[in-house]
Write a protein of this length. Structure first.
Length: 139
């Protein structure tokens, strides 16, 4: 019997984790493709968690577009769906070009961060990391 190795979730996430400098460059590069600039200087590094800001939902969509257009996460898209009585949720979608299929998963919008306490630009990077993680899970 061939030797098998079990890969832990930790091993997988570390392998796919992008450094914040690479994500920042990708978000800035997207401005060249016509995506509104997501500028680190446009976010105050205060103490209010970014996921509590009124711009959170819009920024999630802009970050997803920027990650896709920069080439960092090809095929990534989002659809924010809101009902009056419920917390808005988002469908994170990835188009698998080789298989010509769309894969999606839908969490509440506020769960699209890997650090709920991050403020300012760190909060935007937390959203980008979580979107990258979601897209990796969908493949």
């Amino acid at each position: 019997m061939p030797e098998c190795r079990i890969v832990s979730q930790l091993d997988m996430s570390a392998e796919h984790r992008k450094p914040h400098e690479e994500i920042t460059r990708a978000l800035k590069r997207a401005a060249l493709a016509g995506i509104p600039l997501i500028d680190p200087d446009g976010f105050e590094d205060g103490t209010t968690p970014f996921c509590d800001s009124e711009n959170f939902n819009t920024t999630v969509q802009l970050v997803a577009m920027a990650l896709r257009e920069s080439g960092l996460v090809p095929g990534l898209d989002t659809s924010v769906l809101a009902n009056e009585n419920d917390e808005p949720y988002v469908m994170v979608e990835v188009h698998g070009g080789a298989r010509s299929v769309y894969l999606s998963r839908g969490p509440e919008v506020r769960r699209l961060t890997d650090d709920c306490e991050a403020a300012g630009w760190a909060g935007v990077l937390a959203v980008a990391r979580e979107l990258i993680s979601f897209s990796n899970d969908l493949h």
